[in-house]
Each structure stands twice: as C-alpha cells, then as structure tokens.
Write a protein that binds this ligand. Structure first.
Ligand SMILES: *Cc1c(COP(=O)(O)O)cnc(C)c1O
Length: 421
C-alpha cells in the first residue's frame, strides 16, 4: 500500500501533484511519501508487538537524513554497514543503543569509531575480523559487544546478486563452524559475545527459507547455551520482499508469526533489519520524456533519467513499473515501447516492451515506481550527470531533502597535478 495515486487524472504523492514538483525541482527527481514510510514501519513493527523486539531499519536502502528522522521518530533503530552510515544514523538522532553495525569487512577506523560511539552491537563476519576487533577494543581499553553473523547455508531463492545465505556467498561464518568460533570469541578479553545474527538475502517472496534459517539459528543458540555461551540477542536480518510486479510476498504479520514460531521460545531480544520493505514502495523516480524515437523494430521512449540515477534495472534486471503522470484515458490507444535513458550503454534501459499511451510525447512526465529503496543511495555521477535531487512529501507539503548537485561541484572535485599546470 502506498500513497502515490491519480487524483483527477494526475499522479500525486499524497496531496502533492507531481507536475507541480517537477516544475519546482526539475527532472529527474526522487520523491518519497512520509505517510507510506510511516505506514510500512508501523505495519512491520506491529507484527512483533508483544515480543521483546527492536526494528533496526537497514539504512543502506535509503539513508537520506529526512527519511531516517521520519523513521527514528517512530522508534526505529538503524542497521548500518559503514562508518558513513553510522554517522548518518547518529546525526539523524537515532540513539547509539539502537544502532547495529553489519557488513562483511570493517576497517580499523570504523571499529574505533563504533566503539567510541558505544553502539549496541557489531556483527562480525569472519575470524580475522573478530581477531582485529578484539585487538582494537583492547587497545582502546574497551569490550566490543558482538554478534557473529552466521551463514546458515540456506537458499533464499532470490536474485543471485542479493542472495547472501548460501555456502558459496561471502557473508557470515559457516554455521557448521559456528560453535568453535563462538568458543574463540568467548575467550577474547576485548570481546563480549551478546548475540547471533543472520541475513539470508533480499527480496524474499516466500517464508520457507526464513523458516529454515531461523530454525537452524534456534538450534545453534541451544547448542551454545549448552556450552555455557549465553546468547541474549537474535538479529534476524531483513530481506522480506515487496511487490514490484505483482509479486505477493508474505505480509509482515505472517512473517512475525513465523518468527514467533521459530525463535520466541528462546527468550531473547530480537532485532529485525528491514530495508526494502520500509522504503521501496515509499518512493518513486519522476522523469521527463525527452524524445520519442520510432526505430525500425521498436519505439523508444528516451527519458532524462538514466542508469546512474537508478541502477537496479541494469544491475539486477530489476522490474520497475513505469506509468504516465497524466493518467491515460480508458479508451486511449497504447503503444509497446522500450523505456531508456540517454547513457551510452545498452544496459541503460528501464523497461522493455512496456505499455505506455500511444500519444505520450516529449515533455510528458513518467513515474518509475518502487524506487524508494536502493535507488538514490545507489546513484552515481557516471557521464558527469549530477546527483538527482530527493523530495519528501508529507500531506500537502513537500521539502527538497537533497538538492540537485551542481555539475561544477562535481568537476571541481578533480585536482590537477603540478606537472600539468
Ligand atoms: C541489506 C541488509 C538488510 C536489509 O535488507 P532488505 O532486503 O532491504 O530488507 C538487512 N541486514 C543486513 C545485514 C543487510 O546487509
């Protein structure tokens, strides 16, 4: 459920007409809906009511300060994967006690800053990383609260680039070796073992892999307890999918029920790290049609947005619904088109063989839906295209939450070596 709807034939973000926004900020731009962000967060958090659980929004999905503040006000913590993201979370006012640092390789300076900030937990993904964290913590006279991220060897049945729980994936410590690594960790003076973490992949549309993974996790916790290693925090990761193209992922309630069934008997604090589910359908990218090109074989709709702005189609063959901002009349003719960006890469294609109004013309606006997660955060300046602005809407109000970058700002970052002066 989102708050992007046609009102009198014009697509709106809540109460704001998108053509009006396009006029004010130019195109392309990302537009997020506060009501949708809030709704997604609440529905998800409610699925765990009655459990001792914290929702740590995975900020890599969309880490704009305004988005983080919106969610932080509702009580969200943050799952971060770099020191940069940690600073974003803290600066948005999320308490250190609700911040978890995940990721497959943390640098020494990142560990130091995390220990200095006294965040809730660092999730460690390998033995060398554990040894390094122990060294850094001892050097600082601190103890690092950690969870080990365990790879349960479960196939999440998702796109290969976002599957993270299989034996061949780089993530986590193989579950078959978990007990011995926990023993090592428990013997380290700079380490305080508090939890166990898992994240098996993203955009999962079925509960079965989660259930398998969490069942495995529960049995590990019991084995660890038998060894005298107390696990207080279960970090179950994120990964619950959303509808991009008519998928029917399980609802948060069903997911919450499955969590209760698999792990609640352990009596642990539970951390959840949804990213896409919160932000994905809370954002769109609005772009203007630059040209309509009728080729021999196809009609191309050439947008002013490109793969640098939204890379998911190029990177994951991801599907994003693309709709006209001016609603098409019921009896209007449709055309089958490829919707592309202007970048000199064949991969710069947002959609193939899509239906758009036959009379769509240069200057018209289209909305690329479900672009709130892994959209703006993944954008680049390839082709010296300035970073796309981001707008947050709330009711009838809107605010530019990241202005359009100046192209000269971008060029000014380059430096000329002395010998070329
Ligand atoms: C990416 C990531 C998430 C969020 O995944 P979603 O599919 O966006 O919910 C959660 N936890 C970890 C460790 C991650 O790397």
């Amino acid at each position: 459920m989102n708050h992007f709807e046609y009102i009198d034939g014009v697509l709106h973000a809540e109460g704001v007409a998108l053509p009006e926004l396009a006029e004010k900020v130019g195109t392309p731009f990302f537009c997020y809906s506060t009501a949708t962000l809030e709704r997604h967060y609440k529905v998800y958090a409610d699925a765990f009511s009655g459990l001792d659980a914290t929702v740590c929004y995975a900020i890599k999905a969309n880490s704009n300060q305004a988005v983080l503040k919106t969610l932080g006000k509702l009580g969200a913590g943050a799952d971060v994967v770099s020191v940069g993201e940690m600073r974003r979370a803290l600066r948005a006012g999320i308490a250190p006690g609700k911040v978890i640092f995940s990721g497959v390789g943390k640098a020494e300076d990142e560990m130091r800053e995390a220990l200095e900030a006294d965040i809730a937990q660092i999730n460690v993904e390998s033995i060398p990383e554990l040894i390094e964290l122990n060294r850094v913590a001892l050097d600082m006279g601190k103890k690092a609260r950690i969870a080990l991220r365990i790879n349960p060897h479960v196939d999440a049945k998702t796109h290969e680039k976002i599957a993270t729980g299989k034996a061949e994936n780089k993530f986590g410590i193989d579950w078959t070796r978990a007990i011995e690594v926990y023993r090592d960790a428990a013997a380290m003076d700079g380490i305080e073992v508090t939890g166990i973490a898992m994240h098996i992949g993203s955009q999962l549309t079925d509960l079965t892999p989660f259930r398998e993974a969490f069942t495995r996790l529960a049995s590990l916790v019991e084995q660890l307890r038998a060894e005298g290693i107390e696990i207080r925090n279960l970090d179950l990761g994120g990964g619950l999918g959303i509808a991009y193209q008519g998928e029917t992922p399980p609802l948060p309630d069903a997911y919450g029920q499955m969590v209760r069934e698999t792990v609640s008997h352990l009596g642990c604090h539970i951390t959840l790290e949804p990213g896409r589910l919160i932000a994905g359908n809370a954002g769109i990218m609005v772009s203007r049609v630059m040209y309509i090109k009728d080729g021999e074989a196809k009609r191309f709709v050439i947008l002013d947005a490109a793969m640098n702005d939204l890379i998911r189609p190029t990177l994951y063959n991801a599907y994003h619904e693309i709709i006209p901002v001016e609603e098409q009349g019921e009896n209007d003719k449709q055309a089958t088109v490829d919707i592309v960006g202007p970048i000199c890469e064949t991969g710069d294609t947002f959609g193939k063989d899509r239906k758009l109004p036959d009379n769509l013309k240069a200057g018209d606006l289209v909305a690329v839906m479900s672009a709130g997660a892994y959209g703006a955060v993944m954008s680049s300046t390839y082709n010296t295209r300035a970073l796309t602005p981001e707008v947050l809407v709330k009711g009838n109000e809107f605010a530019i939450v990241r202005p359009r970058q100046e192209i000269d700002e971008l060029i000014n970052m380059d430096q000329i070596p002395g010998w070329l002066d």
